[in-house]
Write a protein that binds this ligand. Structure first.
Ligand SMILES: Nc1ncnc2c1ncn2[C@@H]1O[C@H](COP(=O)(O)OP(=O)(O)OP(=O)(O)O)[C@@H](O)[C@H]1O
Ligand SMILES: CC(=O)C(=O)O
Ligand SMILES: [K+]
Ligand SMILES: [Mg+2]
Length: 593
């Protein structure tokens, strides 16, 4: 039995049920309700998988291809993977699917899929093909490249490896390029990976460049005005306060500083200075958000086809709009999502307009914690997550989630609690920084994120903690409003009826993000017909993105999807699904035949 509600023109409507006009801003299309036996209306359309008797004439040559993302969760054991891989190659040729999600769905069913997405910063510890593959199998949805470090050739190598991994193994790992920005930071250490400071030591921060080796206890600073801007008595914070100094003397381009809070200095760490308890913003506040080096990196990102550009130290919506128009003109189809990094006082002041202009946001707690008092960071995080949810933009919680795992194989209890809180807030994604870029245990850190996410999500479901706060309407056109209401209703029905999955058919991905925004209690299978949209959807909460060529005819789409997924053992007869689509604005509830 299938039941459907659809918005359509009256002439196409079998039974019209007119709603009071006052509920809508203008005369509307009718609201229809129909009920039909699935067996008579949803016929099996044959597919080009070996389980199907013959190819269907109405499907194009790509039609039997389903690509599925590594949203699945569990660490699938190597033997299990090879069994699945063997089954894939013999049984259902022509369908690409990654083995991790597939095995997970087969073994534990829909409920087991992880909803929170995971981002790994790639660095020397993880840039090899096998290391990237291990991360993808461990659940990495997005690989982040920080343009503060490495050469463009190095980044190109990583991007190409991730692409190859996607092509060869069916993953949909997206690439996020993170700009350097022009805030003040320290230089490289000329070969050394870090430098240790001790309490009471005197270090020199200088705007001089070094040709050869770095003099002992000397650090170069990226910003030419540094020595002029600081004053004796200022406090100098490295990496948001991981190490602290007090300015004791200025000698031309050199600034002598006394170490007051010792720790490890990492190359290119950010520097901020504080006077009388406030962050000092002098001429450095006038530095451009996107520097000339960043524009070259952005051109590089466009050429290499990155999926997201994360903009560091955004101050206003203007810079986001500027970049978006540049991308629209330069990258065909405006395929690159722009993520605003919220890591400055200005970005908090202009939060709503920045998020409205962006395609997503990152709570960049590292630098944010250097600009506002540390105890204000948790409240800022919660606010950013809420604003993003309200405006339907994916939100990433980043920095120091598992900082101790750079050196140790197990996290602290406090770190686990922090990760749990970000999952509980229902942020779209969690990000590893140094833990995966240069730490000793990148795979273990990813496993911790994965298992903590799964546990908290399960706890949330067991407690039946559905969203109680209503989401504000955001659509600007009437059609957008309809899509939004359909998705809100689909999510609510999914929770109330306890369905196994929501299926969403979407060309641009917008409809999938609207369902994700509601954070329904079940996974969301998002079917889209382009590979780039599929990768971008991989950043969003609860979405398991597939690439599938589909038509405007929902019944044939459903038939095809059921056949494909059933033949791979990913769904079975009797599973209850809700299907929504942005081609034909409709909701259908049905059991898989
Ligand atoms: N491509 C790379 N090459 C070498 N080291 C890297 C690379 N990417 C990251 N790292 C190392 O990992 C550490 C953490 O990386 P990450 O990019 O997350 O820094 P961050 O300070 O969180 O980000 P941002 O600079 O954007 O504020 C860096 O300090 C650096 O030591
Ligand atoms: C990720 C980042 O840029 C920060 O936390 O500062
Ligand atoms: K950066
Ligand atoms: Mg930062």
């Amino acid at each position: 039995m299938s039941q459907s509600i659809q918005f359509s023109t009256p002439s196409r409507t079998p039974h019209s049920l007119h709603l009071p006009q006052s509920q809508f801003h203008r005369p509307i299309s009718s609201f229809s309700f129909r009920q039909f036996p699935l067996t008579s209306t949803v016929k099996y359309t044959s597919i080009r998988a070996s389980s199907s008797p013959s190819p269907s004439p109405d499907l194009d040559s790509n039609s039997s291809q389903v690509l599925l993302s590594p949203n699945g969760t569990g660490a699938v054991k190597a033997e299990e993977r090879s069994v699945v891989a063997a089954a894939v190659s013999t049984d259902t040729a022509g369908i690409d699917v990654d083995t991790v999600t597939e095995a997970e769905l087969k073994e534990n069913g829909f409920r087991s899929t992880r909803r929170t997405k995971l981002i790994c910063t790639i660095g020397p510890a993880t840039c090899g093909f096998e290391q990237l593959e291990a991360l993808a199998e461990g659940g990495m949805n997005v690989a982040r490249l920080n343009m503060c470090h490495g050469t463009r050739d190095w980044h190109r190598g990583v991007i190409r490896s991730v692409r190859r991994l996607n092509e060869e193994k069916g993953f949909a790992v997206a690439i996020m390029m993170d700009t350097e920005g022009s805030e003040i930071h320290m230089g490289d250490f000329g070969g050394e990976s870090s430098a240790k400071t001790e309490d009471g030591e005197i270090w020199t921060f200088t705007v001089r460049a070094f040709d050869s080796s770095r003099p002992e206890r000397t650090i170069s600073v990226s910003y030419d005005g540094f020595a002029e801007d600081v004053r004796v008595g200022d406090e100098l914070l490295v990496d948001g306060g991981m190490v602290r100094f007090e300015v004791i003397e200025k000698i031309g381009p050199d600034v002598k500083c006394l170490c007051t809070d010792p720790g490890l200095l990492l190359p290119r760490a950010n520097l901020t200075f504080w006077r009388d308890g406030s962050l000092v913003r002098e001429r450095n506040a006038m530095l451009p958000t996107i520097s000339s080096k960043d524009w070259l990196d952005i051109d590089f990102g466009i050429a290499e086809g990155v999926d997201f550009i994360a903009v560091s130290f955004v101050k206003s919506a203007e810079v986001i709009n500027h970049l978006k128009s540049y991308l629209a003109a330069r990258s065909c189809g405006g395929d690159i999502g722009v993520i605003a990094k919220i890591e400055s006082i200005d970005s908090l002041t202009n939060l709503e307009e920045i998020i409205r202009a962006s395609d997503g946001a990152m709570v960049a707690r590292g630098d944010l914690g250097a600009q506002i008092p540390l105890e204000q960071v948790p409240a800022a995080q919660q606010r950013i997550v809420q604003v993003c949810r309200a405006l339907n933009k994916p939100v990433i919680v980043a920095s120091q989630l598992l900082e101790s795992m750079i050196e140790y194989p197990t996290p602290t209890r406090a770190e686990v609690a922090d990760v749990s809180e970000a999952v509980r807030q229902r942020s779209d994604a969690l990000m590893l920084s140094g833990e995966s870029a240069m730490g000793q245990f990148p795979d273990k850190a990813l496993t911790v994120l994965r298992s903590v996410s799964l546990r908290i999500e399960r706890w949330w479901r067991e407690e039946k903690r559905y969203e109680s706060t209503p989401l504000q309407a955001i659509g600007s056109t009437f059609s957008d409003r309809i899509s939004e209401e359909i998705c809100n209703s689909a999510a609510k029905m999914a929770n109330n009826l306890g369905v196994d999955a929501v299926f969403v058919y979407t060309k641009s991905g917008h409809m999938a993000s609207l369902v994700s925004r509601c954070r329904p209690d079940c996974p969301i299978f998002a079917f889209t017909n382009t590979t780039s949209v599929r990768r971008r959807l991989n950043l969003q909460w609860g979405l398991i993105p597939f690439r599938l060529s589909f038509s405007d005819d929902m019944e044939s789409n459903l038939n095809k999807t059921f056949s494909l997924l059933k033949s791979r053992g990913m769904i079975k007869s009797g599973d209850l699904v809700i299907a929504v689509s942005d081609m034909l604005q409709s909701i259908q509830v049905m059991n898989v035949p």
